[in-house]
Design a protein around this ligand. Structure first.
Ligand SMILES: [Zn+2]
Length: 176
């Protein structure tokens, strides 16, 4: 079993939160300088989609925390009391299956294939762990936010408001 610290460090895959410690020589070799601009763009886009999701939650009257390192996979947004967590995933970095945004760089293709596969496996593990802890764990994809934000809003409203009711029912049952 990994220690919690290791787990947390590995839990976040996006480059924006990668600490210098996690950059191994393999990474340095694999990231071609020509890809740097592209990765910079992805980082910016991650910030935007996270902000967009935050605005949706605000509009639904849902409160959340943004730094959730104590939870599996460090979800981008979570409410510990209401036991829900959201991952806002960039389609490229989290390798959204079947999505046109999830391209594989031509250079160092094998490295990237392995990397994306590992990212996907890690994301799936985090979702499973959270659900085992009684959390409603939701993934919001970049492409969904771009093409159908209203659909994302409706889905989050349905899932998270339902979860809020479920948890508050459990709490009131416990009190009796
Ligand atoms: Zn996508």
């Amino acid at each position: 079993m990994p220690t919690p610290k290791t787990f947390q460090r590995k839990g976040k895959t996006s480059p924006r939160r990668q600490s210098p410690k996690t950059i191994t020589p393999t990474h340095v070799l694999a990231v071609d300088p020509r890809d740097s601009a592209r990765l910079g763009g992805i980082r910016q886009s991650n910030t935007n989609i996270e902000r967009q999701t935050q605005l949706i939650l605000h509009s639904l009257g849902l409160r959340f925390r943004t730094k959730n390192r104590s939870l599996p996979g460090s979800p981008d947004l979570a409410n510990h009391q209401e036991r829900w967590a959201i991952f806002v995933h960039g389609c490229y970095w989290h390798s959204h299956q079947g999505c046109p945004r999830a391209t594989i760089p031509k250079r160092n293709r094998d490295f990237w294939l392995a990397k994306f596969e590992a990212n996907r496996a890690r994301d799936a593990r985090a979702l499973r762990s959270l659900r085992r802890c009684g959390y409603r764990a939701v993934v919001v994809w970049e492409c969904q936010l771009h093409s159908a934000p209203e659909r994302v809003r409706k889905r989050l409203a349905r899932l998270l408001l339902e979860q809020r009711i479920r948890v508050s029912d459990e709490v009131s049952t416990d009190l009796h």
